[in-house]
Write a protein that binds this ligand. Structure first.
Ligand code: ZN
Ligand code: ZN
Length: 411
């Protein structure tokens, strides 16, 4: 059972280690209204850690749904200037961002996906240049989850509200490395170190390509950009502030060459996209581009994901996650990417992380493109790792080095 004490520990962990709030720094907390009690704890710890101010951006699944149902396409396509100005102001002041997820998966399942697409497209186009703040780790940010009954009932539909909530809560705290009697900050320091060791080893190999195979039929070659850099276990801002953007995180990730992916990949978990749950899908890649695909459920949503913009049929990220990661061992499908992407090797369609090229965060868009990076307004992760996943690294001279066997690192 999750105790008050554990919520306290989680709040402190997020403030001190997650975003690592600096003295007098502004903090922006994005949360669902149902998470008010946790936000109060979080607020206290961020101030205790030195925050100058804390601001809130509240949302609610049902209200959000109603905007899609009642607003016209024209209104949905309008992003007012003040929204841009507000975020720009926060960034200019050097704010850090905490996002709390507790959303009900599939809440927008019966909303016209065209409307969601219109709103997203408008938002991302308007905010495009502001996205760099978090994508380039210019300021600290952290995404973390807390349980909600609505979410728990989707994950455990056969349990009572109370039982489902408790079970989801136990799982969330466990994979976030918070327990009644541990020191989660220390746990996270050790975990970050282990992840960085893996990333360092992968960087030393300096592979040209990765080759993935799985029992689902995946047979995929992913060429990496030259001078790629493997990330894992936290990030550092230009001011030298170390932070953990995702809690949990179990991935080592880097940047694929935009035109260098070939073969077929079968997803191993459903994907929540725009409030819909896409299931049993695959992609066939040719020279980096998705040229064919299918899905047993929500194929139309998958098509919208792929046709979002120029770069949304190309990869922006490839990530290695051991099958024995705590999220994977929980055996739970969370229907939320923050958790599910840490249960399995994954790929992301769309925008890459500039940090995945050496010196990339100081490059402008043109330079990144010259290095073979993809560009897109969206970044959508999907999972394809399995119990029997094999990964080989192929060096420039053709040498093959095993990286994963039976779903886990061999080194
Ligand atoms: Zn990832
Ligand atoms: Zn990703």
């Amino acid at each position: 059972m999750v105790s008050e004490k554990m919520y306290d520990k989680l709040a402190k962990l997020v403030a001190v280690k997650g975003v690592n709030v600096q003295k007098d720094q502004p903090v922006v907390i994005r949360a669902n209204v149902q998470d008010l009690e946790f936000v109060k704890k979080l607020t206290r710890y961020t101030y205790e850690a030195g925050a100058g101010s804390v601001e809130y951006e509240w949302r609610d699944n049902d209200l959000n749904k109603m905007s899609y149902q009642y607003m016209s396409d024209e209104t949905l396509a309008e992003v007012p200037q003040w929204k841009y100005d507000k975020m720009k102001y926060q960034q200019d002041k050097g704010a850090c961002y905490i996002s709390i997820v507790s959303d009900k998966p599939g809440v927008l399942a019966d909303v016209d996906s065209n409307k969601i697409n219109i709103a997203n497209m408008a938002y991302y186009s308007k905010m495009d240049d502001l996205m760099a703040y978090t994508m380039n780790n210019e300021g600290q940010w952290c995404v973390v989850g807390v349980p909600s009954v609505e979410w728990a009932k989707v994950v455990f539909p056969d349990l009572s509200d109370e039982e489902a909530f408790e079970k989801l809560g136990d799982a969330i705290f466990k994979v976030t490395r918070v327990s009644e009697d541990n020191d989660p900050i220390k746990e996270w320091e050790d975990h970050d170190k282990e992840m960085m060791d893996h990333a360092n080893k992968l960087n030393e190999f300096n592979f040209k390509k990765l080759h993935f195979t799985s029992e689902l039929g995946t047979d995929l070659y992913v060429e990496l950009v030259k001078d790629h850099n493997w990330g894992g276990g936290g990030n550092t801002t230009p001011k030298g502030v170390f932070f953990d953007p995702n809690m949990p995180t179990e991935e080592c990730f880097t940047m694929p060459l935009k035109t260098g992916t070939n073969g077929i990949v079968y997803a191993s978990k459903p994907l929540s996209y725009n409030g819909k749950v896409i299931e049993d899908f695959w992609f066939r890649f040719e020279n980096g581009k998705v040229v064919d695909f299918d899905a047993k459920k929500e194929k139309e949503s998958l098509k919208q994901l792929l046709d979002f913009d120029e770069g949304s049929r190309y990869l922006g990220e490839v990530a290695l996650v051991p099958y024995d990661s705590p999220v994977s061992l929980s055996g739970i499908l969370f229907f939320n990417t923050l958790y599910d992407e840490n249960a399995a090797c994954h790929l992301a369609l769309g925008r890459p992380y500039p940090e995945n090229i050496k010196g990339g965060v100081d490059m402008d868009k043109e330079e990144l493109l010259k290095h073979g990076a993809n560009d897109s307004m969206q970044h959508e992760d999907f999972m394809f790792g399995t119990r029997e996943m094999s990964v080989d690294g192929i060096k420039e001279d053709g040498t093959i080095v095993p990286i994963f066997r039976h779903g886990n690192f061999v080194f």
